[in-house]
Design a protein around this ligand. Sequence first.
Ligand SMILES: [Zn+2]
Length: 241
Amino acid sequence: MIEKVEGIIISEVAYGDTSKIINIFTKEHGIIGVIAKGAKSMKSRLRAVTTKFTYAYFHVYYKKDKLSLLKEVDIINSLSNIKKDLKLIGYMSYVTELSTQVFKQNSEDNIFALYIEIVKKLNEGLEPIVLSNILEIKYLDYLGISLNLNSCINCGNKKDIVTVDPDQGGYVCKNCYRGERIVPLTIIKLLRMYYLVDIKTITSLNIKVENIEQVNYFLTKYYERYTGLYLKSKDFLEQIV
Ligand SMILES: [Zn+2]
């Protein structure tokens, strides 16, 4: 039976002389492998719609835990702004690799939803570092390493927060402060805002460059220390940005 699934192609490999196998991160079934017959041939109508980062409805003969077969593709969003900008392709690669890695650790439906929302905003031209950081901070819950952004990590005090410590994973209050690096209050507030924001509602991001960098520094450190994820696309990103 043909099934319609929503997804983004995350990779493609040649299959024989004229076909390819595409891997699609889908809303319905997670990551699936699909054979696109004849898709490498110039005449094929599947040729243009089976390239990496195609965001579409895919009509497939779905086979669980096996390769499915592609019949038809309806583009949802061509993501044309991302595809013409090397820097944005770098970010697209990063958020895609990050999302699929997180999904492999915790197959929650919401991971796909967050990923798609971020991709749309990337394509709309919003600041890619901030978007990546929003995704990173929201994924911490799915990685089982949430930051505590409600109260002091040591005593639960909600007042007199002086810093947020990547090593302890949350806020530190005045009474528990033991000389940790001081993260300014603006950055603390930004981290909390990134964590809580509904991505769909973001229309602009007016954040000072130095604050963007401080949040990014914090999250990069936190990821290195706690996630154990190694993402090739992050290295690539650091080279091109
Ligand atoms: Zn405390």
